[in-house]
Write a protein that binds this ligand. Structure first.
Ligand code: HEM
Length: 134
């Protein structure tokens, strides 16, 4: 059971953070070659597929994370770095909720890559923190 939780946790951490890396380092620079309307259409097509995957990642990371915490690593309750991880995760969810409801759903697509950059920094910070959580 723990191994399945760890696998799903790692898989969906990869989907979210990997998707943000792709959006910023590979998709965004390629958009520069396109006209305004083509850019908007491509961004809408990509986000309409990526954002449901992010909501699923948030759900799976939370459920598997709670399962791993309370079912396997109860010692994390006394680990300040783990609470830093949870706080930064909450910030990432808030930033993504703003992206989704206040930008994407309102068609303000051009502002989204900058906020994805913020969440990517948070995600990489979580991976750094995990490296130091014993
Ligand atoms: C963006 C969000 C998150 C990312 C990128 C992330 C990533 C990771 C990674 C890579 C590990 C594996 C570390 C290892 O095996 O050494 C891990 C372990 C863990 N995560 Fe997360 N996590 C996230 C959110 C959460 C949340 C929200 C919780 C709790 C509600 C959580 C609880 C845990 C626990 C308890 C472990 C330890 C499991 C073990 O020792 O094998 N994580 N996380």
């Amino acid at each position: 059971m723990v191994k399945s939780l760890q696998f799903l946790h790692l898989l969906f951490a990869t989907v979210w953070i990997g998707g943000m890396v792709y959006s910023l380092l590979f998709l965004k620079p390629a958009l520069k070659e396109l006209g305004k309307e083509q850019k908007q259409n491509l961004l809408r097509e990509v986000f309409s597929r990526f954002f449901p995957a992010v909501w699923l990642s948030i759900l799976v990371l939370f459920i598997t994370g709670m399962g791993l915490w309370h079912g396997y690593r109860r010692d994390f309750s006394q680990n300040p770095l783990f609470h830093v991880k949870l706080f930064v995760f909450a910030l990432m969810v808030l930033v993504f909720a703003y992206i989704y409801f206040f930008l994407y759903r309102k068609g303000k697509l051009s502002h989204i890559p900058n906020l994805i950059a913020v969440n990517l920094v948070f995600g990489i910070f979580i991976l750094l923190v995990i490296s130091y959580i014993s």
